[in-house]
Ligand binder design. Sequence first.
Ligand code: FE2
Length: 201
Amino acid sequence: MFKLPEFNFTKASFLSEETIQYHYGKHHNAYIEKLNNLMEGLPPKDILEIIRDSDGALYNNAAQSWNHTFYWMGLTPSPSSLNLNSLLEKSIKEQFGSESGLKEKFVESALKVFGSGWTWLALDMQGKKIEIINTSNADVIDFKKYMPLLICDIWEHAYYIDYRNSRSNYLAEFWTAINWKFVEDNFENKDQAKVGKLLMT
Ligand SMILES: [Fe+2]
């Protein structure tokens, strides 16, 4: 069984209480409830195993449960900045010139998502390179190839209440609420199991 994890984002400055109520309390919660219903009578599995081994409704609800959990984990209600001496900062500088160079590419990519989907910041396990990847609907990136660092929800339900049709305004504000400590930890420790641990009852 999986549960809706608790987060310290309720005062996330760029989202209204109403958005949090709907996005977290209804959408995210519904994915987890559906996942639990679909798993009834099946052998228990870790969320990453379900994502890896299934398709259809089971895949969609497992992936959306994972994606949303990772999304909230990447946000913070208090100001956070990229640690200037971190390995992550060094890598961002090498590849994108600066944090604002990375932001520009990330936003550019997120604006290209047609319909619903996700924009990811991910570390290529082989090349030690940071990549920006778009996925559609519930789709996740290839976890064998990449360690996810950060994710942004590009479904309209993530921003329509607060930003109406302006995805670009939403993205600009999203960037101000990034939990850089979380991104750094993903970059350095590459622990893909931590989302699953939070989701376990
Ligand atoms: Fe969402």
